[in-house]
Design a protein around this ligand. Sequence first.
Ligand code: ZN
Ligand code: ZN
Length: 251
Amino acid sequence: MTISLEDAVRGVTEKIAITCLDTCSSCGGTGAEEHSKLMTCDACGGTGQVRMQQGFFSVAQTCRKCGGSGQIISHPCKTCGGQGRVEKRKTLSVKIPAGVDTGDRIRLSGEGEAGLNGGPSGDLFVQIKVLAHDVFERDGKHLYCEAPISFVDASLGGEIQIPTLEGKVKIKIPEGTQTGKLFRLRGKGIKPVRGGSTGDLLCRAVIETPQNLSKQQKELLKEFNKSISGNSKQNPLKEEWFSKVKSFFDN
Ligand SMILES: [Zn+2]
Ligand SMILES: [Zn+2]
């Protein structure tokens, strides 16, 4: 069953339609018409096995006619052809608990295929697959997202909005925030289905370079650039990188 991340986090009840072998209602799973008798299988003489000659060897194989039981039904059920089971399409309601992840399996007791000869039904396992989300990436109980931040906001610091599963929250970002900085929002991740503490939301800052600037904006930036260039306190990464590259070529 494929579900959205929101449904996986909050839990959901979903309907699924499956086709499976169910007990034949005409014969109650016995495979026999009323007043039918069990007779000794004529193909194997009641042993349940037939011998096949293969070169020098004689190999015993399960009798196909009686399925190894050695007995056949005199009047097989017309509905199921003596199988005792018929294919049925059924719709089931599956309760998916909050916190499930891809690969988790939900067991529905007795909703599997009917047993042979009217035996008890097996279980149905529903395997969960959680769809990729537009905003959040999941890693276990933690959620990851990215927040684009203008280079001005990143430089001056301020408030930005971060999406969470319960809506947007405002957080403060410090002056000089760089791309890749992770802001951790504790407890805004996922509560695991098997218990334990709720995970965190980690938001990665991505500083955006402005595009399609006007002539005036470009002039302002050039002016600004003159004031900043060569200043190792204001551009530490760039100045450090330049000096590393320089010493590499000088040696
Ligand atoms: Zn039947
Ligand atoms: Zn047989």
